[in-house]
Write a new protein. Structure first.
Length: 252
């Protein structure tokens, strides 16, 4: 049997989604919870990776196992939540065909990076927003961000040491929004490189600071050189905001 799960999680205490040898992960917690619920080992597959400390407001994963289950599908979310820690929640579950692939079903994702731009730090934003007390010029950031939209080689916006050979991605949207002391940067694309959003955010911050001009963005892209882009913003402010997923009719 195979089920599609919709979940969300706070990534502060996890080494990302995918199982790692050096620490606990969201996938590991899901494996433990599903094995307890269904009384057998389960294969859990996520729709994408998230890095250590990164959060997900919307995420999809499949759980598959041999045999059948007596647990009604509509009761799976509540049942799983009783076995999961408080920082992981399953909100919906659907039965899927056995050949359904959650990774192939995803056509794109949208991340949101949150900045707390108050004059003093906000203890309720610890590990959930980047504290930046300086002036943020959202107009300059927006102007620069427009130059990142489209299909480009984003090698300059990939963490050094990454072994990804295909670094071309299509950014379908980038917007900067202010709501009081929060500044949120939304980036949507058909795929992301390692640390791509955090480097984009760090670059836009340096644009705001006047260290990089918006007109330099095309040259940074064409350079394919990590040293040309800005710094990497901290992980705690990054949220997987939306997952654009296509599934068989009648499932979602």
């Amino acid at each position: 049997m195979k089920y599609l799960l919709k979940l969300s999680y706070l990534g502060t205490h996890y080494c990302g989604f995918q199982v790692q040898p050096n620490g606990n992960t969201v996938q590991a917690e899901l494996c433990r919870a599903t094995e307890t619920l269904f009384a057998r080992p389960c294969a859990v597959t996520g729709c994408s990776r998230t890095d250590s400390g990164v959060h997900a407001e919307e995420y999809y994963a499949t759980v598959a196992f041999e045999g059948t289950s007596s647990v009604p599908c509509e009761r799976i979310p509540q049942a799983l939540c009783t076995y999961l820690p408080e920082d992981i929640s399953v909100s919906a579950a659907w039965r899927t065909p056995d050949d359904f692939s959650v990774r192939r079903a995803v056509s794109g994702k949208e991340y949101c990076y949150r900045i707390w731009n108050g004059r003093q730090k906000n203890p309720f934003c610890a590990d959930r927003a980047f504290f930046y007390p300086g002036t943020i010029d959202t107009a300059r950031m927006t102007e620069a961000g427009k130059r990142l939209i489209g299909r480009h080689d984003f090698a300059s916006f990939m963490a050094s040491g990454s072994d990804m050979e295909d670094t071309v991605r299509t950014v379908t949207g980038l917007r900067v929004e202010r709501d009081g002391d929060f500044v949120c940067i939304y980036v949507s694309a058909d795929g992301f490189l390692y640390n791509m959003v955090r480097i984009i955010v760090g670059t836009l911050i340096e644009v705001s600071e006047g260290k990089i001009a918006p007109e330099e963005i095309p040259d940074i892209l064409s350079a394919r050189d990590r040293m040309r882009a800005g710094r990497t913003a901290p992980a705690g402010g990054l949220f997987l905001h939306k997952v654009f997923i296509s599934v068989p009719e009648g499932i979602v």
